[in-house]
Design a protein around this ligand. Structure first.
Ligand code: FES
Length: 115
């Protein structure tokens, strides 16, 4: 991570994250998956599936969700909620684009680290 703007920290460039894929960063004990959709929106979830902690960053991004690579649960990128009949939630974090820079709300991540 690098420069901080008003609590937001630059964690990389949009081009660092493959379309319909993810890239992970670490903040303390928390591994955060930054996802990029086909239409270049970005989302950030803790890289742990609410089912059995599967690596969501290795899943397929589609329709505003990611499908976990282990047992195919579908997780909303917006809020980390499991979809359909499954229930559970991965921690989600505030992330935004400023030009090509991906900015993550560090305060949000610190709160997650204390959960
Ligand atoms: S660990 Fe993700 S679906 Fe089972």
């Amino acid at each position: 991570m690098s420069a901080v703007f008003d609590g937001w920290v630059k964690v990389g460039k949009l081009g660092d994250v493959p379309r319909r894929g993810a890239r992970c960063i670490k903040s303390g004990d928390v591994t955060i998956a930054i996802f990029r959709t086909a239409d270049d929106r970005v989302f950030a979830l803790e890289d742990r599936c609410p089912h059995k902690n599967g690596p969501l960053s290795q899943g397929i991004v589609h329709d505003g969700c990611v499908t976990c690579p282990l047992h195919n649960w579908v997780i909303s990128l917006e809020n980390g909620e499991a979809q359909g009949a499954d229930s559970g939630r991965s921690a989600s974090f505030k992330v935004k684009l400023k030009g090509d820079d991906i900015l993550l709300d560090l305060k949000d991540v610190h709160r997650a680290g204390r959960r």
